[in-house]
Design a binder for this molecule. Structure first.
Ligand code: ADP
Ligand code: MG
Length: 215
C-alpha cells in the first residue's frame, strides 16, 4: 500500500478540522473565557467554516495550493491573535509541502515549518502557555517517527498524541504571551485554548490520514 499523503488528505483534513472545531466550539470558548476574552471557539469555527466553503469553490489540486487557501482564509476570517498565527502556520506548511506527496519526513517538515512560523510571528517560547506548547512537541514527535522510517500516518498520530499531551501540560503554566499573560499567576490552572485547538486540529490531520470519519 502507498502510505504517502496527497491532496485528498489535505482536503479531508480541512473537512475534519472544520467538524472538530465546530463540535468543540463551546469547550474552546470556555477555555478562552477562563484566561482570555472567550472568543477563541467562535473565531476558529468561523474560520474553518469559511475554509470549507472556499475549498469547495476553488478546488485547489496540490497540497501546497490547499494549505495556502486554508492559510489565507484563516488570516482573513479568524481575527484575534490566533488568526494571523494559524494563517502563518498553514502558509509555512504550504511552502514545506509543495506538490507532495508526503511521506513521514514530509509530514515532519510540514509541522516543523508551521511551528517555526508561529514562533517567528508570535515570539513565544515553549512553556509560555500558547499553541507553541502543542505544536512544537508535535513537530518533534513526527520527526522521531520519520527518523525510524515509519509511515506518514504514524507520524501524524504521534504528532496528535504529543499535541494533546502538550496542551494538557499548559494547565499549570503561567502565561507569558497573549491576552492570558495579563492575568499573570491567575492564568495558571487552565488549559490554553490555542494549545487545545492545535491538538484538535492535529488529531483531525491524523484521522484524515487514517481515512476515518468521526461519528
Ligand atoms: P485573542 O487572544 O486575540 O482573543 P484567540 O482567543 O483567538 O485570540 O486566541 C488565543 C490563543 O492564541 C491563545 O490561547 C494562545 O494559544 C495563542 N496565542 C496568543 N498569543 C500568542 C503568541 N504570541 N504566540 C503563540 N500563540 C499565541
Ligand atoms: Mg480570545
Amino acid at each position: 500500500m502507498d502510505d504517502t499523503l496527497d491532496t485528498t488528505w489535505v482536503l479531508r483534513w480541512a473537512e475534519l478540522a472544520q467538524r472538530v472545531v465546530a463540535e468543540n466550539r463551546i469547550e474552546l470558548m470556555e477555555l478562552d473565557r477562563a484566561i482570555g476574552d472567550g472568543d477563541h471557539g467562535d473565531n476558529l469555527d468561523r474560520g474553518f467554516t469559511a475554509v470549507t466553503a472556499k475549498l469547495a469553490d476553488a478546488a485547489p489540486d496540490t497540497p501546497a495550493a490547499v494549505l495556502k487557501l486554508i492559510a489565507t482564509t484563516l488570516m482573513s476570517t479568524v481575527g484575534g491573535a490566533a488568526g494571523p498565527l494559524y494563517g502563518t502556520a498553514f502558509l509555512r506548511a504550504a511552502t514545506a509541502a509543495g506538490e507532495g506527496p508526503l511521506d513521514a519526513g514530509g509530514v515532519a517538515g510540514l509541522l516543523a515549518a508551521a511551528a517555526e512560523g508561529v514562533v517567528a510571528r508570535g515570539k513565544a517560547a515553549t512553556g509560555d502557555k500558547t499553541m507553541v506548547d502543542a505544536l512544537a512537541p508535535a513537530a518533534a514527535a513526527a520527526r522521531r517517527v520519520a527518523e525510524v522510517g515509519d509511515s506518514a500516518r504514524s507520524a501524524l498520530e504521534a504528532a496528535a498524541d504529543a499535541a494533546e499531551a502538550g496542551a494538557q501540560a499548559t494547565e499549570p503554566m503561567v502565561a507569558k504571551k497573549g491576552r492570558a499573560s495579563y492575568l499573570g499567576e491567575r492564568s495558571a490552572g487552565h488549559v490554553d485554548p490555542g494549545a487545545r485547538s492545535t491538538a484538535l486540529i492535529l488529531r483531525a490531520a491524523a484521522d484524515a490520514a487514517a481515512g476515518e470519519s468521526r461519528p
